[in-house]
Design a protein around this ligand. Sequence first.
Ligand code: APR
Length: 237
Amino acid sequence: MTSAQRVFVLTGAGVSAESGLGTFQDRGGIWSRFDPMALATPEAFARDPALVHEFYNLRRSGVVAATPNAAHEALARLESRLQERGATLFLCTQNVDDLHERAGSRAVTHMHGEILKARCLACEAVTPWRDDLSVATPCPACGRASGMRPDIVWFGEMPKHLEAIDAALREADLFVAIGTSGAVYPAAGYVAQARALGIRTCELNLEPSDNAAHFDEARYGPASVVVPEFIAWLLGR
Ligand code: APR
């Protein structure tokens, strides 16, 4: 059983891959088929909001239709078990889906935002959103139709909750990265930060990530298999 008291888990697209949601930088991944600079930047949205909405409407409907897999469920179990023994889990995800929450995780930090929320460009109100967005969608809070956007972080924008993430990383005594390629910063830098702080680091991924050399240990295979196995081992059962 782990003696870790403060576990920091960073998840990426690989955790949701077996739920049918695409990964990004992989061969066959979303950014190998679509140009992120034409779809996932504030400039792209200003240039062609209808095109950007079309892309995110498709992705949003994919998320709504998807269901959590055994990796999400194991992470929800980890949160409960750690809490029972007075320890904590900080679950930081780069994923914009809600599969961690639907599997039962209570505290999830979405550093790249959430696709099932929309933000009004006029009043900044954030509203839960499951349907399509269009350039004419009015804001339910202020009633203006001056532009609603998915409440996610695009390239060139600042990730969310960075202070809370930094504080949690500094307090952690175990860092686990799951299903992330280590290609997109700042998340890709967290393992090196953890190492510099003397925190034990572990990678769970389908294959060695770009950051593989930074981890103290690694388990490779599909998240639905390696995550439940690792968590059972961590919890000593
Ligand atoms: N189980 C475990 N790992 C998997 C699986 C699986 N079934 N399938 C793929 N992977 C691994 C891949 O090998 C890869 O290392 O998951 C990783 C996914 O990497 P990316 O596609 O780069 O996703 P991620 O690291 O989350 O991307 C970070 O990039 O485009 C941005 O904003 C987007 O949040 C995203 C960020």
